[in-house]
Design a protein around this ligand. Structure first.
Ligand code: MD3
Ligand code: FE
Length: 217
């Protein structure tokens, strides 16, 4: 499969598209940062490799995860939480690279959230067929800060739900370089990712990487 015109040529144009009262998609916002961003991802995965975590219910997640930043999100049979150390290596999570925190801060500001200082970045790796079922992000202490997510690689359909699990979600395609920012009344919305379709991206191959920046503490 060859890359689409959009994947190769779409450049950020300053658009901030509202998908909720305080939720926005910034198409292509991260596209021009790849020379700085991609090497940091290899280094993070070298120090804290991607792994399939287990939910409290005992299911192994299809999405593979790692983290950078002072805190990292983990799940196991004991529950969901943030930790200072990677339970697989026993070492602190890799520090958040400046290229990543600067990108997250700039995206938050472009969406109207000033002074965003993330202390956690969850790195999700999706292969074809992998999905993320509807959930809320509520393990963070600070619900006043927004969450910033950067999509890289092959496209995915993001599910943007309501405040009840049963609310019918909006389907939002997220392409390489797209950034989503959401906070305030949209911060606790249910959301998920549809099973990834087989595809290929010129820089990332047959995978999707999603970076989710949070203020956890
Ligand atoms: C939520 N990640 O790691 S981020 C997660 O693409 C997670 O890997 C997904 O959910 C991923 O917890 C989705 C994208 C996103 C965008 C807008 C939202 C999540 C949102 C708006 C409201 C709530
Ligand atoms: Fe989430």
């Amino acid at each position: 499969m060859s890359a689409t015109f959009d994947e190769v040529f779409a450049l950020p144009d300053g658009r901030v598209l509202p998908i909720g009262p305080s939720a926005f998609v910034l198409p292509g916002f991260a596209r021009l940062s790849m020379d700085d961003v991609l090497p940091t991802l290899s280094e993070i995965a070298r120090r804290s490799p991607f792994r399939h975590m287990v939910t409290p219910g005992g299911d192994t997640m299809s999405v593979a995860m790692t983290n950078c930043g002072r805190l990292g999100w983990v799940t196991d049979r004991r529950g969901y939480r943030y930790t200072e150390d990677d339970p697989d290596t026993g070492a602190p999570w890799p520090a958040m690279p400046a290229a990543l925190s600067q990108l997250a801060r700039a995206a938050a500001a472009a969406a109207g959230f000033t002074a965003f200082e993330p202390d956690a970045c969850l790195v999700n790796r999706y292969l074809p067929g992998n999905r993320l079922s509807l959930h809320q992000d509520r393990n963070e202490r600070d619900f006043d800060s927004p969450i910033v997510s950067v999509s890289l690689g092959i496209p995915a359909v993001f599910l943007f739900g309501g405040h009840k699990r049963s609310d019918k979600p909006l389907r939002v395609p997220l392409m390489h370089g797209d950034v989503a920012v959401w906070g305030r009344e949209d911060r606790l919305r249910f959301h998920g990712v549809m099973p990834l379709k087989e595809n290929s991206h010129p820089l990332l191959g047959g995978q999707r990487i999603n970076l989710t920046f949070r203020k956890a503490a």
